[in-house]
Design a protein around this ligand. Structure first.
Ligand code: NDP
Length: 246
């Protein structure tokens, strides 16, 4: 397989780290962002010890200016971005009647606006080269909704609307655009949920366990090879059978 330049946003997180490792194992040159330099460099050194070289650039993906700078920095280090995984995300849970504008905006800006902010500076390069792969990391809760997550569910459902529109606009240019919708994965984001609530969640998963970051990385990797060039506008659920709708 040809070695490509891949940018994974939020690559230092639980799922992101697995995606970075998997794309690197496929022979791609991988980059990600950091917000806190010392934590970012520490993670980069750990990856290097594990045999994975990752290019890094500073950037908050909720800011269009930062995202553009981040992309240009990565391009200087590695070349034109050919694979983009929009993975960075946060939760700020609250029932809607108590939700603050800040909780709403933080989640929409980080999970959804970031897709615009980071994809916009890479899309022209992909179209010009007639090859590109864009994968959004959405969520089961964008498919089925979730108590206490009106902001997150709206952002994650919006990511899929973004995917299917971009897929139509860019298919003729060899650029595929797809979504992976993970169910509950045992990362910090989910381990922060109180154990009692987590046990109730696991009880609803037919496989009887949380997913692993590597299982999500596998789903992302599925969309990347040349052989996947006819798969665009798809949403791949990776959720242990918890939700079997679209
Ligand atoms: P983590 O909290 O482990 O990682 C999130 C990553 O995103 C971190 O690298 C974080 O960087 C980065 N990030 C957050 N905000 C920003 C920002 N404004 N700008 C740049 N980077 C940012 O989360 P997960 O690995 O669990 O989640 C990854 C994705 O998967 C998210 O989109 C999440 O919504 C989705 N998901 C997760 C599920 C799960 O069960 N864990 C289930 C379904 C979907 P920093 O260290 O700077 O905060």
């Amino acid at each position: 397989m040809q070695s490509r330049v891949a940018l994974v946003t939020g690559g230092t997180g639980g799922i992101g780290t697995s995606i970075v490792k998997r794309l690197a194992a496929m022979g791609h040159r991988v980059a990600t962002n950091y917000r806190d330099e010392s934590r970012g460099r520490e993670w980069q050194a750990r990856m290097k010890d594990a045999g994975v070289d990752v290019a890094m650039a500073h950037g908050d993906v909720s800011s269009p200016e930062d995202a553009e700078r981040l992309v240009r920095d990565i391009e200087q280090q590695l070349g034109t971005v050919e694979i983009l995984v929009n993975n960075a995300g946060i939760t700020r849970d609250s029932t809607f009647h108590k939700m603050t504008p800040q909780q709403w905006n933080d989640v929409i800006c980080t999970n959804l606006n970031s897709c615009f902010n980071v994809t916009r500076p890479v899309i022209e390069g992909m179209r010009a080269r007639k090859w590109g792969r864009i994968v959004q990391i959405s969520s089961i809760n964008g498919q089925k909704g979730q108590y206490g997550q009106a902001n997150y569910a709206a952002a994650k459902a919006g990511m899929h609307g973004f995917t299917i529109s971009l897929a139509q606009e860019n298919a003729k240019f060899g650029v595929t655009v797809n979504t992976v919708s993970p169910g509950y994965i045992g990362t910090d984001m989910v381990m922060a949920v109180p154990e009692e609530v987590r046990n109730k969640i696991v009880a609803q998963i037919p496989t009887g366990r949380l997913g692993t970051p590597d299982e999500i990385a596998y789903a992302v990797a599925f969309f990347v090879p040349d052989e996947a060039g006819w798969i665009t506008g798809a949403n791949l659920s990776a959720n242990g059978g918890q939700y079997m709708g679209w």
